[in-house]
Design a binder for this molecule. Structure first.
Ligand code: CMP
Length: 139
């Protein structure tokens, strides 16, 4: 079908937050090969959300709508009811359903009152697409 462009909203952040998001993206096996311009756009387009202790940030089996970076707090990765591990701040997660168009492979639960950075799937896809087109023009 016809390409639908959306307006990408940028959200101001302090230097430390930008650095945390950038480092988290570069540390993720599935995201580390993005162009620096793509990473910068993702950093600028993420917005924050707080989660109360005990609440689910991501539910296993759901469709993926956001990519996340943990900012504050402690998070559990849960699959089939088993806790697979813990994450602190500075981890990118929720990338699998966004990149591979699958359902969420695990749940992520906020263990403490927590804060995450979020990016909408449509924004992620547009950042990927636009830079891909730019690359074709540059060749
Ligand atoms: P996604 O499947 O979109 O949503 C759940 C996320 O949990 C997944 O992306 C990964 O980011 C993360 N995840 C899945 N399995 C594991 C695991 N075994 N250890 C750590 N993180 C995981």
């Amino acid at each position: 079908g016809e390409a639908k462009y959306i307006t990408i909203t940028k959200y101001d952040k302090d230097f430390r937050s930008k650095q945390l998001i950038k480092d988290a993206i570069m540390d993720n096996d599935f995201l580390k090969n993005l162009d620096s311009s793509q990473v910068r756009e993702m950093v600028d387009s993420m917005y924050s959300k707080e989660f109360a202790a005990g609440s689910l940030v991501v539910r296993e089996g759901d469709a993926g709508v956001h990519l996340f970076v943990s900012a504050e707090g402690d998070f559990e990765v849960i699959k089939d009811g088993n806790v697979l591990g813990h994450m602190g701040p500075g981890k990118a997660f929720g990338e699998l359903a966004i990149l591979y168009n699958c359902t969420r492979t695990a749940s992520i639960r906020a263990v403490t009152n927590s804060k995450v950075w979020m990016l909408d799937r449509k924004v992620f896809q547009q950042i990927m697409m636009r830079t891909g087109l730019q690359r074709l023009q540059d060749n």
